[in-house]
Design a binder for this molecule. Structure first.
Ligand code: R5P
Length: 312
């Protein structure tokens, strides 16, 4: 079997370290250099020749910097005769740019997928894409994990009373995942009728499903500015929800969203570590996806199925 070589970019070193610890393999060093003209250069500082190379880099702020770094890492691995290059992208930020819903706009999700392949990426491992069809934007194999196992274990295992609980998706686009999560918890599901006006404004006109007197668990793919969740909280209050907890895979928390959420009337915020998040925030509980990503990497490396990772 070919040897494995795992490299991490600069976006989330703690996650790379954790994944390598679960895999039981060393994290190989990467040297990143910025020249006076602002161009970047990457050197992978371990042998790649005929190795099964994994490059770990979530596309988190500053996204463009981290994207170019990942492209350069892929190019370096290919140029160094890697047998196969897998980009491990726990958060694929450009997934939100997945349709032409205004005239003359770019579709970044497709372009970035093409850039990765052009740079030398042979396959992709990612988690909770903004919409599942983004998977199909890649012309190479994609293993698309979700974090519902982690959320289910968290909300089940704390001796919490789920008898009045309901899972609520902020929009119909995420209703299918919310329904899957609700089924795992054995509770009902509801969804908001959401319209996004701009990056900073959304309107949720109704909630489809009953939330009155319920202990609501809001489930979304990501929280960015928190605009969506705040709008949903207003509707949930109007409809008499008893309590609200918020869960999302990607805790991006732009524009001070975490503190604003903590100050709002939510019992807790739960996210994963696909992006770097504060580990000591009083209202934030962080679930690690490192074990799942390590397991997926191991299965990809050994040519095994990754579908077991989708079971509860
Ligand atoms: C949008 O459709 C996504 O599912 C999230 O609801 C959205 O990205 C969250 O962004 P924000 O927190 O800025 O509303």
């Amino acid at each position: 079997m070919r040897e494995i070589a795992v490299f991490g970019g600069s976006a989330h070193p703690a996650l790379t370290t954790e994944i390598c610890a679960f895999l039981g393999v060393p994290q190989q060093p990467v040297q990143l250099q910025r020249f006076a003209n602002d161009c970047l250069e990457v050197q992978l500082q371990a042998n790649c020749r005929e190795r099964d190379v994994f490059l770990i880099q979530p596309l988190v702020y500053p996204v463009q910097e981290h994207l170019v770094e990942l492209l350069l890492m892929a190019d370096a691995a290919r140029g160094a005769s890697a047998a196969r290059v897998t980009a491990v992208i726990p958060h694929y930020a450009y997934a939100r740019s997945d349709k032409k819903d205004k005239p003359r706009i770019s579709i970044g999700a497709r372009l970035v997928a093409d850039l990765l392949v052009t740079a030398g990426v042979d396959r992709v491992l990612t988690l909770t894409l903004h919409s599942p069809q983004v998977h199909g934007f890649f012309s190479v194999p994609v293993d698309h994990l979700h974090a519902l196992r982690e959320f289910t274990a968290y909300f089940r295992d704390r001796g919490r009373d789920l008898s009045r609980a309901a899972v609520v998706a902020p929009d119909l686009g995420y209703a299918k995942s919310a329904a899957d999560f609700a089924r795992r918890l054995g509770v009902p599901v509801a969804a908001g009728a959401k319209e996004r006006i701009s990056d900073t404004e959304v309107r949720i006109t109704a909630i489809i499903g009953d939330v009155t007197g319920r202990d609501v668990i809001v489930l979304d793919d990501e929280i960015s500015r928190g605009t969506t969740v705040f709008e949903l909280l207003a509707r949930l209050r109007e409809q008499g929800a008893r309590s609200v907890a918020v869960a999302c895979t990607h805790g991006l928390f732009a524009d001070n969203a975490l503190d604003k959420l903590a100050a709002a009337d939510v019992t807790e915020v739960v996210c994963t570590n696909t992006a770097p998040v504060p580990l000591d925030h009083p209202k934030l509980h962080v679930l690690s996806v490192a074990p799942a990503l390590a397991e997926a990497i191991s299965r990809i490396h050994n040519g095994e199925s990754v579908s077991a990772l989708f079971q509860v």
